[in-house]
Design a protein around this ligand. Sequence first.
Ligand SMILES: [Zn+2]
Length: 79
Amino acid sequence: MRKVEKAGEDEKEVKRKGKKQRKKREGSKKWEKYIVGEDGIKRKNKFCPRCGPGVFLAEHADRLTCGGCGYTIFKERKS
Ligand SMILES: [Zn+2]
């Protein structure tokens, strides 16, 4: 009698040993949100009030959104 179950286990082990394909992650590019000037570092975007300092709000045409918690600030239209 062949043990089919054990063969299955071996197969799993082989898969584990195989090299994992790592996807290259693009960072959050936080450094691009800073402007280093003569009078220090300036921040381009606002921080998220929910996530706290360090989490920037992404700027859109009509709103600012947080990628972390989904917090959204709608820009007031001045007309
Ligand atoms: Zn947030």
